[in-house]
Design a protein around this ligand. Structure first.
Ligand SMILES: C[C@H](O)[C@H](O)[C@@H](O)C(=O)CO
Ligand SMILES: [Mn+2]
Length: 422
């Protein structure tokens, strides 16, 4: 029997096993179409950007470690890597850009001056894939971010510069949405915070609120632009206070009908974003997720199929929140093959959703409502050993991408032929 036949045969057996639990595997596979992941561009080059030839991530409380060969050194190399990633991922995904990835033609274009013309190449790239683009202001790796405050700065020149930058970014994102026919999510994360206990937390938060009000005074149609803001507990150098904390942005997004971005590396390690989704969606129309893997801190490790990610997927699927949750990724590991990093992390996220779709939710809920909680737990444990892998492989087969571990040899081949020659 060849590999193709094996995958099909295993799927048929799995389909029968799941059907016995009331789960329609074909329907689950069809529902995977609603799980569109916004793949972040910044794993290709360790969040360096291409504003100048020597650009690198600087400050902002985030860090890339590792010096594995093959980092993208230009937008052309970045697109080649992303093409490889999109070629090997099942389903149709989106791309998430940062402002530092414009094509500036060797000119110094400061952040408050960027325009849609610098991103035409990305619009073309997205048109080729018939997909959407999301966007992020880049309020770090810049001399005017060096003292730790941007939109909440008490220095009016600094504050104004960043207000203008974010305004420019929203304009670009709205144009993406308009031209590509799918709203662009613009996410705002700022590094503002303080290493030691500040006296005037309130002052900085009032300034941030004022800056946001100024930024959002320019309105765009919802079909073109969705505005998200990303909260954080602490960063390196902002251990004592982050201005844009969870409470701050939760309040702001609820009051202003915006999207809250929940990055699962941005909370105390015992807090679960999976638990927060149904809480905040009682008050917000939509949210954005940054799916990542924090190891002891907000370390942005490559996503793996762990309980945390599974809980996020389960909460979305169980509550049918697919249309209200925008799924983004946020990891950057410079210590391994970066194309491989994307494939492991994105596929793990997709697998979490497929597992969630293969759950007998109605039966589990009924057990819970009857207080039969031993049975609820026993079924949850039993589901872990159901033949999920056979359904995943079949999903890959349907999408004409490698099944099982076959993507690994393709990544290794690309490394030998392309990445190691850089
Ligand atoms: C590069 C991203 O904007 C950044 O990782 C942000 O989303 C974040 O999570 C900062 O900690
Ligand atoms: Mn993030």
């Amino acid at each position: 029997m060849n590999e193709l036949e094996l995958v099909k045969k295993a799927y048929e057996a799995a389909k029968t096993q799941y059907a016995a639990l009331g789960i329609d595997t074909d329907r689950a596979l069809d529902k995977m179409k609603d799980i569109v992941i916004s793949v972040h561009c910044w794993q290709t080059d360790d969040v360096g950007g291409f504003e100048t030839p020597d650009s690198s991530l600087g400050g902002g409380g985030i860090q890339v470690t590792g010096n594995y060969p093959g980092k993208a050194r230009s937008i052309a190399e970045m697109r080649a890597d992303l093409d490889k990633v999109f070629e090997l991922l099942p389903g149709k995904q989106r791309l998430n850009l940062h402002a530092i990835y414009g094509e500036f033609g060797g000119q110094k274009v400061d952040r408050d001056q960027i325009e849609v013309k610098h991103f035409e190449g990305w619009i073309e790239w997205a048109q080729k894939y018939q997909t959407g683009l999301d966007f992020n202001a880049t309020c770090f790796s810049h001399p005017l971010a060096d003292d730790g405050f941007t939109l909440s700065s008490k220095n009016e020149k600094v504050r104004k510069f960043w207000v203008d930058h974010v305004k420019a970014c929203r304009k670009i994102a709205a144009e993406f949405g308009k031209r590509l026919g799918t709203p662009s999510v613009h996410n705002l994360w700022i590094p503002d915070g303080s290493k030691d206990n500040p006296i005037d937390r309130a002052g900085h938060r009032a300034i941030l609120k004022k800056s946001l009000d100024e930024i959002f005074s320019v309105e765009y149609p919802k079909e073109h632009l969705k505005d998200a803001m990303e909260c954080k507990l602490f960063g390196i150098g902002s251990e004592a206070m982050v201005v844009g904390s969870h409470e701050f942005y939760l309040g702001y997004t609820i009051s202003n009908n915006k999207l809250l971005c929940l990055d699962n590396g941005h909370f105390h390690p015992t807090e679960q974003v999976g638990d927060k989704i149904s809480a905040v969606l009682q008050f917000l129309d939509e949210i954005l997720l940054h799916v990542t893997r924090g190891v002891r801190w907000d370390s942005d490790h490559i996503v793996s199929l762990n309980d945390e990610v599974l809980q996020i997927a389960q909460e979305i699927v169980r509550n049918n929140y697919q249309s209200r949750v925008n799924i983004g990724l946020d990891f950057f590991d410079g210590s391994v093959n970066r194309v491989g990093a994307y494939l492991v992390g994105t596929r793990a996220t997709q697998q979490a959703f497929l597992q969630a779709l293969l759950e007998p939710t109605a039966m589990l809920k009924e057990l819970e409502e009857k207080d039969r909680n031993f049975e609820r737990l026993a079924w949850l444990e039993t589901m872990k050993s159901r033949p999920f892998g056979a359904v995943w492989d079949y999903y890959c087969l349907l999408n004409q991408v490698p099944t099982g571990g076959d993507f690994i040899k393709e990544v290794v081949r690309y490394e030998e032929e392309v990445l190691l020659k850089r």
